[in-house]
Design a protein around this ligand. Structure first.
Ligand code: LLP
Length: 469
């Protein structure tokens, strides 16, 4: 008789494959805790709605990417955090500590990364319509610009020549001419790769506002060879976000290595290849993203194999995840308020935030999962729709979900809100934006102070003719 097969345990889930943060537990008080902090206590101390970030979870995800790239890719590598997911000082500083660079897309994100002490050599600036001021700030900071279009290329070239003339004048006046490196640029290409995700967050298909089309590459390379004042260090592409498939990333790797090799053959000083981000996370039990380690292994192997085939020296491989670095480590804590039952239709339970702190459900139809922080083990015995407090019928955070019957004062935790929530938050209906605390080993640290109505009023001006005498 054949022996019973040895039972194998499923591999432990990686951070992006969990709905709840890495350190989430139920504590002795029977409350939900994250980072050793009781969420009921955090709500008391800091108020609601409250964003809570599990520091250990973010660091684990960052190390997953950094160590994975070092282990799986035979050349040099760099992980950069797509900070549009949540750009703030604390996360930029944490990424710098973990050896992760920062991708910025505006002067505001750039200023934040610089103020957080991020090494400019590890900052990459994206965007399809950077202003002249943003380009000048980027040149002054000595970061790498990911050039998106011809206008940007020509503006950068003009600014670089102007800077050169100013430096020459200084030199003639006897001032020391700073021996700055040439501005480092990468080219963003739109390689025409299809993937399955929400239309608004696909970027690599041909009908996209981002980047150069593949048929522009020959002209671009000629232009760069004729204008060596800009140092073209490599190529970039990003195919979209919240992607669960691996094949589009392999296709991207192959296509990009081929174009990169062409540029080098022509004599361009290419040494870096950025294959973007895009790995999905788990929002509900229906989501099944590959683990960070599997994604890294896949892209690293694909790039290395494509290089080996044509005996190309390995470029420095850059990837730039956003969502999968922080999404699963963030939660939002709300206080439950009013209820309304529409007989035979639906029961609404309202919370004290909504589309202003999480615009993803109303924007993308995104779905989330939730639990009660004060009664996490209570049986889910009621089918409800959790609504926000905004004057908008579509302001619904969770539609038709089973939760314990909720009463006013209960604390609802919505999971996986670390990415694209705070960064997309608004003041709709003049709601001040929530505070954020980073939690670790039982210690909460405020990383974003709660906005106040005074903060909002500070920006308003009453023209003098409307002021009372
Ligand atoms: N690189 C570039 C050039 C990007 O445009 C993005 C995301 C990323 C990297 C990071 O992608 P991730 O690893 O986070 O998927 N607001 C939407 C997501 C927009 C993504 C924009 N670009 C959402 O809430 O789903």
């Amino acid at each position: 008789m054949a022996p019973n097969p040895t039972p194998t345990l499923p591999p432990p889930l990686e951070t992006n494959q969990r709905i709840w943060p890495l350190t989430a537990t139920i504590n002795n008080a029977g409350h939900l805790a994250v980072g050793g902090c009781d969420l009921v206590e955090l709500a008391k101390q800091y108020g609601t709605p409250l964003y809570v970030i599990d520091e250990a979870g973010v660091r684990t995800a960052a190390r997953g990417y950094v160590d994975g790239m070092a282990r799986c890719y035979p050349g040099d590598s760099l992980v950069i955090y797509a900070s549009k997911a949540w750009n703030m000082l604390a996360l930029c500083a944490l990424m710098q500590q973990e050896g992760v660079g920062i991708d910025v897309v505006s002067g505001g994100e750039l200023a934040t990364a610089l103020q957080a002490g991020v090494d400019p050599a590890r900052i990459y600036f994206h965007g399809n319509n950077k202003s002249e001021q943003e380009l000048a700030a980027a040149l002054a900071a000595g970061i790498t610009l990911v050039v998106d279009n011809w206008l940007e290329l020509e503006t950068l070239h003009r600014l670089t020549l102007q800077n050169g003339q100013a430096e020459n004048r200084q030199a003639q006046n006897g001032q020391t001419k700073s021996e700055k490196d040439k501005p480092r640029i990468m080219l963003r290409l739109t390689p025409g790769i299809e993937c399955h995700t929400h239309d608004y967050i696909r970027t690599g298909h041909l009908d996209s506002k981002f980047g150069f089309d593949p048929d522009e590459v020959t002209g671009l390379f000629d232009w760069l060879l004729a204008n060596p004042q800009l140092q073209a260090v490599g190529l970039h592409a990003h195919i979209g976000s919240q992607i669960f498939e691996l094949q589009p990333h392999r296709d991207l790797a192959n296509g990009m290595v081929e174009i990169y090799a062409r540029g080098r053959q022509l004599g361009l000083p290419f040494s870096e290849l950025n294959i973007g981000g895009g790995l999905g996370i788990c929002y509900t039990m229906d989501d099944d993203p590959p683990a960070i380690s599997v994604w890294v292994e896949t892209v690293a192997a694909a790039v290395a194999a494509a290089c080996d085939t044509i005996a190309l020296p390995y470029p420095k491989l850059i990837c730039e995840p956003g969502r999968s670095l922080i999404g699963s480590s963030g939660i939002t804590l709300y206080q439950v308020g009013a209820r309304k039952t529409v007989p035979n239709v639906r029961t609404y339970v309202s919370v004290d935030g909504g589309m202003s702190d999480n615009p993803r459900p109303i924007t993308y139809g995104a779905r989330y999962s939730a639990l009660l922080a004060n009664r996490p083990q209570a049986a889910a015995d009621e089918l409800v729709t959790v609504a926000g407090k905004h004057c908008e019928s579509g302001d619904v955070l969770l539609r038709d979900v089973m939760l314990p019957t909720m009463q006013a004062g209960d604390l609802l935790v919505v999971f996986a809100t670390g990415a694209y929530n705070a960064s997309m938050a608004s003041n709709y209906n003049r709601l001040p934006r929530p505070a954020a605390v980073m939690v670790r080993d039982g210690q909460p640290a405020v990383v974003m102070v709660r906005e106040t109505v005074e903060d909002l009023l500070r920006q308003d001006r009453l023209p003098p003719q409307w002021q009372k005498a």
